[in-house]
Design a protein around this ligand. Structure first.
Ligand code: NDP
Length: 455
C-alpha cells in the first residue's frame, strides 16, 4: 500500500475528526515521495513503520484552567500542551489563546513546528499549546488572572531544558510577562523557560519584529534567486497583528508598496501604499486599544484622506497585487480566493501565518508558476529569534538589536539555501514547499533513527 494511503488510514483510526492535523501530515507526505524514500534507503514498508511512530505526538497534556472573572464568578477554560517531538532539541513552540483553539489545531501546529525548527538549524524540537480562552473581550485583570491560572498548571510540564513555550495568537509580550511572573513565583527559578519575554527580564530585542521581518528577508532571497526584487512591488497583507505589521514595516524598507492590512471584521485598503507614519500609528493603536481597524481610521489624524478605505466583512483577496502575504490565521485563503488573485500578475505568495492557504489554493499556485514560500520556512524568523533568546539566557549576555537582526538575516538566508538544497527548478520556479519538507524531513529522520532506531 502507498505510504500516503497507509497513513491516511492511521489518521482516520487514531486521530479521527482532526481535519487540520490530517491536512498538515498529508501536506508533508505529498513531498516525501517514492524518490525521496529511495534516497533515504526506505521501502514503502519501512517508511510506513517510521511514519506510524513519527505522527504520534510524544504526549499531549490537557488541563483545566479555572479563573475568576471581574464579577467574581469562576470561569473554566480548556488548555493543552502538545509535546510532539524533541529529537532535534527541547520542545519549542508558541502558546495560542483563541476560542477556536482545540487539540486538532494544536497538533497540526506542533507537527509543523518540528519541520520549521529543523529548517532554522537551531537545536529545537516541535511543540505547541494554548487554550480556548478569548482575551479579546476580557479586562486586563481578567487576562492577568487567566494567565496566572494557566501557568499554575503548565509549569509542572515545562523547563529550560525540557519545553520552552513562546507567544502566538492572543499571547504577546504582556501575557508572556505575566506567565513568566507566575512561573517565577511558583518555582523561584529565573531561567529561560519562556521566550518572547520583555528585554528587561531576559527577552531578546527584536523578537516582536522577528517573524514579520523574517518573512520579508526570505521573500527577498527567493525573489533574488529568480532575478526579481521587492522594490516597487505591490503587496496584499492580511491580519494586523504582530506578524502582519512587522512584515509591512520591512516591506516598506525594501521599497515595496503594501496596499492592505485586515482583521476579522474587515480590510483597510491604502491606494498609495502604507507609509511609515501610518504604520507607526497602526502599531500604537494596536497596543493601546486592542486594535479594531474600523476604529483606526477615525483616530488617524488625516481622516479625510480618501486614498484609505475600510471594507467591512471582507478579506484583502478581492484586491490585486504582485505579492500576497497572508498573516492572519489558518485556511484564510482558499481555492476561489487563489483563482481571483491569479487573474492578475501574482509573482509570489509568502505565508506569514501557519497554513493560511488551503491545499487547493496551493495547487492553483503550483499550476501558475508562482513562487510559493510555505509558512514553515517563511515565518520561521520568530522561532529563530526565540532560539537566539535561549542562547542569550544561557550565556547571561544580552545582544543589541543590530546583532539580533544580523543573525536573523543570516538564518533566513540559510533557510533559503536549505529549501533549495535537494530540489531542482520546475517550470522555471523552485518548488520551495517540497524543498522545505525534504530538507527538514531528512534531518528529523536521521536524528530519530540515531536516537531511537525503528526496528
Ligand atoms: P496576532 O494575534 O498578533 O494577530 C492575528 C491577526 O490575525 C489579527 O489581526 C486578527 O484579527 C487576525 N485574525 C485572526 N483570526 C482571523 C480570522 N479568522 N479571520 C480574519 N482575521 C483573523 O497573531 P500573530 O500576528 O502573532 O500571528 C498570526 C499568524 O502567524 C498565526 O497563524 C500564527 O500562528 C503565525 N505565527 C506567528 C508567529 C509570531 O511570532 N507571532 C510566529 C510564526 C507564526 P482579530 O484581532 O480581529 O482577531
Amino acid at each position: 500500500m502507498k505510504l500516503k494511503d497507509y497513513i491516511s488510514q492511521n489518521l482516520s483510526r487514531y486521530h479521527s475528526y482532526q481535519k487540520e492535523f490530517h491536512e498538515a501530515v498529508n501536506e508533508t507526505l505529498e513531498d516525501i515521495d517514492t524518490d525521496e524514500l529511495n534516497a533515504l534507503g526506505l521501502t514503502q514498508e519501512t517508511a510506513q513503520r517510521f511514519f506510524e511512530r513519527f505522527i504520534e505526538p510524544d504526549r499531549i497534556i490537557r488541563f483545566k484552567v479555572e479563573w475568576d472573572d471581574d464579577q467574581g464568578r469562576t470561569q473554566i477554560n480548556r488548555a493543552w500542551r502538545v509535546q510532539f517531538n524533541n529529537a532535534l532539541g527541547v520542545y519549542k513552540g508558541g502558546l495560542r489563546f483563541h476560542p477556536t483553539c482545540d487539540e486538532s489545531t494544536l497538533k497540526f501546529l506542533a507537527y509543523d513546528q518540528i519541520f520549521k525548527n529543523a529548517l532554522t538549524g537551531l537545536p529545537m524540537g516541535g511543540a505547541k499549546g494554548g487554550s480556548d480562552f478569548d482575551p479579546k473581550d476580557k479586562s486586563r485583570s481578567e487576562v492577568k488572572r487567566f494567565c496566572q491560572a494557566f501557568m499554575s498548571e503548565l509549569y509542572k510540564y515545562i523547563g529550560s531544558d525540557i519545553d520552552v513555550p513562546a507567544g502566538d495568537i492572543g499571547v504577546g509580550t504582556t501575557e508572556i510577562g505575566i506567565l513568566y511572573g507566575q512561573y517565577l513565583k511558583l518555582t523561584n527559578s529565573f531561567e529561560g523557560v519562556l521566550t518572547g519575554k520583555h528585554p528587561h527580564f531576559g527577552g531578546s530585542c527584536g523578537r516582536a519584529e522577528a517573524t514579520g521581518h523574517g518573512v520579508i528577508y526570505l521573500l527577498r532571497e527567493a525573489l533574488k534567486q529568480h532575478d526579481q526584487s521587492l522594490s516597487e512591488k505591490t503587496i496584499l497583507i492580511s491580519g494586523s497583528g504582530n506578524v502582519a505589521l512587522y512584515a509591512v514595516d520591512k516591506a516598506i524598507d525594501c521599497e515595496a508598496k503594501v496596499l492592505t492590512v485586515s482583521d476579522s471584521n474587515g480590510t483597510l485598503h491604502f491606494k498609495n501604499g502604507i507609509t511609515k507614519d501610518q504604520l507607526k500609528q497602526l502599531i500604537e493603536h494596536k497596543h493601546k486599544n486592542k486594535m479594531r481597524l474600523k476604529d483606526w481610521k477615525k483616530s488617524y489624524n488625516r481622516e479625510s484622506d480618501s486614498s484609505i478605505t475600510y471594507h467591512p466583512d471582507t478579506n484583502p483577496w478581492q484586491f490585486n497585487a504582485e505579492i500576497i502575504i497572508p498573516c492572519a490565521t489558518q485556511n484564510e485563503l482558499d481555492e476561489e480566493d487563489a483563482k481571483k488573485l491569479l487573474k492578475s500578475d501574482v509573482v509570489a505568495v509568502a505565508e506569514g501565518a501557519n497554513m493560511p492557504l488551503t491545499s487547493k489554493a496551493i495547487y492553483q499556485l503550483h499550476q501558475r508558476q508562482v513562487i510559493y514560500l510555505p509558512g514553515k520556512a517563511a515565518n520561521a524568523g520568530g522561532v529563530a529569534v526565540s532560539g537566539l533568546e535561549r542562547s542569550q539566557n544561557a550565556s547571561y549576555i544580552p545582544w543589541d538589536m543590530k546583532t539580533v537582526d544580523e543573525h536573523l538575516q543570516e538564518i533566513m538566508q540559510s533557510i533559503h539555501k536549505n529549501c533549495i538544497k535537494y530540489i531542482e527548478k520546475e517550470n522555471g520556479i523552485y518548488p520551495y514547499k517540497k524543498g522545505a519538507n525534504i530538507y527538514a524531513f531528512r534531518k528529523i529522520y536521521s536524528a530519530i533513527q540515531q536516537l531511537w532506531p525503528t526496528n
